[in-house]
Design a protein around this ligand. Sequence first.
Ligand code: ASP
Length: 446
Amino acid sequence: MIKVAKFGGSSLADEIQFEKVKQILNEEEERKFVVVSACGKAREDEHKVTDLLYLCAAHLHYGVSAESLFQPIEEKYYRIKEKLGLSIDLKKEFEEIRNSFSKDIDTDYLVSRGEYLTAKLLADHIGGTFVDAKDVICFGYDGQVDMEKSRNAFLALAKSDQKIVIPGFYGALPNGRIRVMTRGGSDITGAIIANLVDADIYENWTDVSGIYVADPRIIKDSLSCKRLTYRELRGMSYMGANVLHDDAIFPVKEKNIPINIRNTNDPKHPGTMIMNDCSEPDEKDPPRIITGIAGKEGYTIITLVKNHSSTAVGFLRELLSVFEEYKISVESVPNTVDTYSIIVSSKAVSSDLYNILHQIQNRIQPDEMKVDEDVALIAVVGRRMQALPGISGSLLSEFGRNMVNIKVISQSADELSIVVGVANKDFKKAIGCIYDRFVLAQEESV
Ligand code: ASP
């Protein structure tokens, strides 16, 4: 059994957290490959190392001293080293980083140092072997990770009997230059390593005990999910549930490797298991009808009516091509006869909205067109909804009972999720009423 264990920034925020991670790793020999984020914040008034490094790079580019930002980073790592009695030569490491300080500093290099140093410290603390991500996560010039090249590089380097510690979040381009992923990218590194070593499980250690059914900032004490499918997770994280980076699913899904979200501060909690197919465990332990409720505010709906368009071939393509030209991703297009509602993120469309409307007017000449910029989308996700009659009916009636007006609704034929659009002001209320009716009530009746 091979396990890849990825620890997020909050799991490595200070020496106490490093100690917890060491215990978790020592508990199981199978936890052989370890991926880390940069140290997070140990206290509310601190900043994440990566945030500070980005700020350092911005200062340096403008020729402004980054001293007041870089010093707290140094202090943090020195403190962890001293408290844990480690032998790593931090002076040399920091000298090397400081030598790169100039107006032309490579931002990717600088921000990658958070993960790099955290991995060095952890490898020292657990008596593991450090393997630099720049030598094993190989990007092509297209920005994609070359899995074959990475596999060969990793298997050649990761030969030690000790645990292997790899910094997350970055890799290198073919010319050796460091390239970072998008924020939160260590989750992706963990998934890539799990793929490369054909892991049996990818453990993702964070500061919550799994994926919550609903955002705990909206539903206090929300229950968490025991297990969900990759597709359910994708549906939820796309709509705002952000425990795991969106792109972390693909490398493990490809090899059917389950992801286990665990809590470093509560290691006995089994967390959430995410897999391709939950049907076997579901048979013994049926899941709730609704796995999760996720959502986001800040959408715009452009609704237009064009008589006889429903029978016109190519009409929808013509309409959507306007958005394509402005490189706007369309969330969904619920439609009825001759009427189309195009849902887009308000942020994405903000600077081009009037140009887009103008283009639609010119090219499509709709009979009516209106814009609603006050929309929140809520996705109700659940594998058990499939083929269960009455769910969307009771969902809608629950909204009605709570006086939540539904602006749009869409459900694809796989019946895995139902997405509704409501006014921003109704966003929290809508999530609350679905949670109470379909999650709490079901829990209480068991
Ligand atoms: N340290 C990076 C960030 O804060 C990457 C990560 O934590 O996964 O985004």
